[in-house]
Design a protein around this ligand. Structure first.
Ligand SMILES: CC(C)(COP(=O)(O)OP(=O)(O)OC[C@H]1O[C@@H](n2cnc3c(N)ncnc32)[C@H](O)[C@@H]1OP(=O)(O)O)[C@@H](O)C(=O)NCCC(=O)NCCS
Length: 173
């Protein structure tokens, strides 16, 4: 398999499809937009072992890895990455370019903001239909945390129960 830059790839394989295999949400969004500018087309990868109901809506260019389960009435935005062995329960919404690292469990009625990063092994407690539990855009949840309440945008939170480590989120991976 040749190693090509985007310009060469677009020339050699016009209209080829691509997937951006990068965990960092901001970088993934940037690289995806760049690849689209060269005329390449986003492609989703959903592993055959993924269990999901027919009431799950996927945006373009999502990656859902082996062993993950998505139940019902779930919205998965474009460019979302769901790593191995995650569970996403009813009425969850994943904003564009959000990342779930391996082994994340989202209980029902959880809204993950655009570009948020949820670290390995995180558990997010359920919200309610009237009051979803919201993780703000760009917020990073450190590996192993248990999120028990909503958090605003641009934070880094860690621990059990999760508490603020930093006001502005940092590089999560
Ligand atoms: C939360 C996180 C983003 C912080 O990264 P960072 O800014 O580089 O933080 P540092 O390593 O400098 O640690 C700062 C402090 O937070 C603590 N800390 C870091 N990550 C933590 C975590 N997940 N839970 C609890 N405390 C944590 C450190 O022990 C340190 O505490 P100290 O100041 O008392 O020594 C990162 O540790 C993390 O958990 N990233 C997710 C990793 C992951 O899930 N990867 C999956 C790859 S597929």
């Amino acid at each position: 398999m040749p190693l090509l830059n985007l310009e060469e790839a677009a020339k050699r394989f016009p209209n080829a499809s691509f997937t951006t295999a990068v965990g960092n949400p901001a970088l993934r969004a940037k690289l995806t937009e760049k690849a689209k500018q060269f005329g390449l087309v986003e492609h989703s990868l959903i592993h055959p072992t993924v269990i999901r109901s027919r009431h799950v809506r996927f945006g373009a260019g999502v990656v859902v890895c082996a062993g993950s389960t998505l139940t019902t009435d779930i919205e998965v935005g474009k460019g979302v990455q769901i790593n191995i062995n995650c569970s996403v329960s009813h009425d969850c919404v994943l904003g564009d370019y959000a990342t779930l690292a391996p082994g994340v469990h989202l209980c029902g009625n959880v809204h993950v903001g655009r570009g948020a990063y949820i670290g390995a092994g995180v558990v997010v407690k359920n919200g309610t239909p009237d009051r979803p539990l919201v993780i703000g855009p760009g917020t990073v949840v450190g590996a192993g945390a248990c999120v028990t309440k909503s958090w605003e945008a641009g934070l880094t939170v860690v621990g059990v129960p999760a508490a603020i480590l930093r006001q502005r989120s940092c590089n999560a991976t």
